[in-house]
Ligand binder design. Structure first.
Ligand code: ATP
Ligand code: MG
Length: 565
């Protein structure tokens, strides 16, 4: 492989794919798949798997399927199917073939009948407790069911009756006939079919027997001609079973390869847990901007480019680890800095009055759209004698090394003028309510002709021209870095960050933001990156979500992570 290729293109899975292709295995074809269960929304862990599967297909000129693993009728819904497709496209990928495990139900059943005929599977009729008991455990071998040697003819008859719906849920199961003493408990006659009288979101009432995951998954891979079936580490112990089924059927054999799941600090990545947060209303739905779901991240303002760059950077490994959310934020800032238009916005306003400003004068000053992108040009922002600035940008008395607003200290109003506060007004409680200042007319545009220097530059808006908006500031969903690892006896939900709830501020924005379209992203100068919310906001009643603040904790992290290759 070319040594100049980035390191993510040389991970152990890609090396295995490359070897197989070079050896002409599967006729040199590369065909992967992404197999979500439509029982929830995708999260950033899935994004890693999507980038990997679609990325490999792209890199090797192969194909990648989207397959919905819809074998459990109780948990699955069309709503999730639609959302998953939408999220994959948003991430920038398009599947070559779309499949549903349920489209293979007939063929799976026929193959099950085949295994029964060849004596490799049987119908059992033990209650769940007995089944568990006979299975043994890690330390003890299991024991054969008394029905294990039922004649093939009798099995076939029971199979037919199971399918016709003559039995109740749990009365019978179909099991593979492997080895009840096998050291790998997955091979102790695992269940292939269970009876479940439930309506399926696609096949309706056609079936009352549903395949187990282990039985469906590998066969679906095989039927679709998948060459490399990439899954997470917890399926490593299932690989011998995956191979046993395929070998027993004598059908096309994909290679299962496992990699470590993505874990991220300050969040949980399990659909089960995320569903709990939604159901218990601990968050505001699957698309709450604090959620690690793709939906949530989209609303938060994360870009697909940043998400892909993050997934590529962390690469894949055989060892479970937890990645720092700051790394994702680093890629996010990197992308947003490049693409976002700059705007002036004041989140917690205090009045700044220029006592020497000509009454009624409105000065349209030029402001750069994006200093990173000269082609983006500039816009005009109204500057007047009645301004609003950030309350936090003024101090009285001023601490040491304070370069922002303070009595007697000259500062630059970005793109505007140099100003100096000369006095302040307080309310009855002593709170500062108004700053009175003068400006230097020679510093228009924010530069001094004599090269006079000021150390502080702050943002502002003109009071009469500013528009109102609600701005939501989000913080980490959890207060602890690893909410999956909480002290015994504690519930993980106790570690939710009570301050992750959006701080809502009634903010003042420069007038051009009145045209902001839902989903449009901006940098509010000195504050961070924001996106116009497309659910709660609308023109005239704008809502902005803070995607990420400007401060980059990356440099600290960089030391910890070592130099990049
Ligand atoms: P969860 O535990 O969140 O319910 P899952 O594995 O049950 O996840 P599926 O819908 O079955 O969810 O997953 C589809 C694919 O995404 C699988 O191939 C799975 O391995 C992969 N995947 C799920 N979570 C992660 C993760 N955290 N990191 C990497 N890949 C993941
Ligand atoms: Mg799953």
């Amino acid at each position: 492989m070319n040594a100049n290729e980035p390191k993510e293109h040389q991970d152990f899975i890609r090396q295995a794919v490359q070897r197989d292709r070079d050896a002409g295995k599967h006729g040199g074809r590369v065909h992967t798949r992404f197999p979500p269960e439509p029982n929830g929304y995708l999260h950033i862990g899935h994004a890693k798997s999507i980038c990997l599967n679609f990325g490999i297909a792209r890199q090797f000129g192969g194909k990648c399927n989207l397959r919905f693993d819809d074998t459990n009728p109780l948990a699955e819904e069309q709503e999730y199917v639609d959302a998953i497709m939408d999220d994959i496209r948003w991430l920038g990928f398009q599947w070559d073939e779309l499949h549903f495990a349920s489209d293979w139900f007939d063929r799976l059943w026929d193959d099950c009948v085949r295994l029964v005929k060849s004596g490799k599977a049987y119908v059992d009729q033990l209650d769940p407790r007995k089944l568990r008991e006979l299975r043994g455990d890690w330390f003890q071998p299991g024991a054969d069911s008394p029905y294990r040697d039922r004649p093939v003819e009798a099995n076939l008859e029971l199979l037919e009756r199971m399918r016709k719906g003559e039995f109740a849920d749990g009365e019978y199961v179909v099991r593979a006939k492997i080895d009840m003493a096998h050291p790998n408990t997955n091979l102790r006659d695992p269940a292939m079919y269970r009876i479940r009288h439930a309506r399926h979101h696609r096949t309706g009432d056609r079936w009352c027997v549903y395949p187990m995951y282990d039985w469906a998954h590998g066969q679906n891979d095989s039927y679709e001609g998948i060459t490399h079936s990439i899954c997470t580490l917890e399926f490593e112990d299932h690989r011998p079973l995956y191979e046993w089924f395929i070998e027993s059927l004598g059908i096309h054999a994909p290679q299962q390869i496992e990699f470590a799941r993505l874990n991220l600090t300050y969040t949980v990545l399990s659909k089960r847990k995320l569903l709990q947060l939604v159901k218990e209303k601990l968050v505001d739905g699957w698309d709450d901007p604090r959620m690690p779901t793709i939906r949530g991240m989209r609303r938060r303002g994360v870009t697909p480019e940043a998400l892909r760059a993050f997934c590529e950077h962390i690469g894949i490994s055989k060892f479970n680890s937890v990645h720092e959310i700051e790394l994702l934020e680093h890629f996010l800032r990197d992308d947003l800095n490049r693409i976002c238009k700059r705007r002036l916005a004041v989140l917690d306003p205090i009045e700044l009055v220029l006592t020497d400003w000509p009454t009624g004068k409105v000065d349209l000053v030029d402001a750069l759209e994006n200093p990173e992108d000269p082609s983006a040009g500039s816009r005009q922002v109204p500057f007047t004698g009645r301004l609003l600035v950030e309350r936090d940008d003024f101090r009285d008395p001023a601490p040491k090394k304070w370069f922002r607003l303070a009595i007697g200290q000259e500062v630059r109003l970005r793109y505007g003028y140099f100003v100096t506060v000369h006095s302040i007004e307080r309310d009855a409680q002593g709170n500062v309510v108004r700053l009175l200042a003068t400006h230097d007319p020679r510093t228009r545009g924010g530069n001094s002709p004599e090269g006079k220097k000021v150390k502080g530059t702050i943002h502002w808006v003109a009071q009469e021209h500013a528009i109102d908006a609600e701005v939501r500031l989000y913080d980490r969903l959890f207060a602890v870095a690893d909410p999956n690892d909480v002290p015994a006896g504690k519930d993980w939900k106790e570690f939710l960050n009570p301050n992750s709830l959006a701080t809502r501020t009634v903010s003042k924005l420069e007038p051009s933001l009145a045209q902001a379209k839902p989903g449009e992203r901006f940098q509010f100068e000195r504050l961070g990156y924001f996106i116009a919310d497309d659910r709660d906001g609308r023109p005239g009643a704008l809502v902005f979500n803070r995607t990420v603040a400007l401060k980059d904790s990356w440099s600290k992290l960089e030391k910890k992570l070592g130099p990049e290759e």
